[in-house]
Design a protein around this ligand. Structure first.
Ligand code: FPP
Ligand code: MG
Length: 209
């Protein structure tokens, strides 16, 4: 229960912060925290959840679990920073994409697998196997999440096309760009640059992909 509780609280805190970074107005079909109470309160709320998580973890004295969790939190932040750098330079390659989704999503699910196994007293080898399983699940989940971002009929309870609005190049766009000429790729990137405030550019790029 402790492992599940800690991971769920970190997941929640990371999504509250993520919606601030992505300027997203909806989460799980409801207004995001930043929409309802503004970004400054969303940041402090995410921090508060993290602080409570750490004190619960430390009070449990299960330091092996807490130490796994600390490294996952750092990986999440590194993934977000890398993603934000690429959203500025518009140069995400397939390799960059997989590094980003490994850090921002797969690492967390890997730790879920590992500490789930640890909490049942599994041997080191099985802990590692469950970490690999969690990471593979995380990669698959994020690819699917990125596809659904393009689907106007999705029922994820999250805004549609937010990745394009935030200049995030994800696997669907990478797949398309890989089959296009340099000129066409540059044209797509020029459209992407305008997506935040220009719905016509957004629709054109969305339809092309
Ligand atoms: C969702 O990605 C976001 C993540 C998987 C990680 C977010 C991590 C941070 C904001 C760093 C802060 C870390 C902690 C521990 C507080 P997405 O935007 O592609 O998915 P979405 O469609 O659900 O928004
Ligand atoms: Mg997001």
């Amino acid at each position: 229960y402790l492992a599940a509780l800690i991971m769920e609280m970190i997941h929640t805190a990371s999504l509250i912060h993520d919606d601030v970074l992505d300027d997203a107005d909806e989460r799980r079909g409801k207004p995001s925290v930043n929409t309802k109470w503004q970004s400054n309160l969303a940041i402090i709320l995410g921090d508060y959840i993290l602080a409570r998580t750490m004190s619960i973890g430390m009070a449990s004295a299960q330091y092996d679990i807490v130490s796994y969790v600390g490294s996952a939190m750092a990986a999440l932040c590194e993934g977000e920073v890398l993603q934000s750098q690429h959203a500025k330079s518009l140069d995400t390659t397939r390799e960059d994409y997989f590094t980003i989704i490994y850090q921002k999503t797969a690492s967390l699910l890997g730790v879920c697998g590992a500490i789930g196994a640890m909490s049942l007293g599994a041997q080191r080898e099985d802990v590692e196997r469950m970490r690999k399983f969690g990471e593979a699940l995380g990669i698959a989940f994020q690819i699917q999440d990125d596809i659904l971002d393009y689907n106007r009929a999705n029922n994820t309870g999250k805004p549609v096309n937010n990745d394009l609005r935030e200049h995030k190049i994800t696997l669907p766009m990478i797949e398309v760009m890989e089959s296009k000429s340099e000129e066409e790729v540059n044209e797509m990137k020029a459209l992407l640059k305008r997506c935040k405030d220009d719905n016509e550019a957004l629709d054109t790029l969305h339809n092309r992909i």
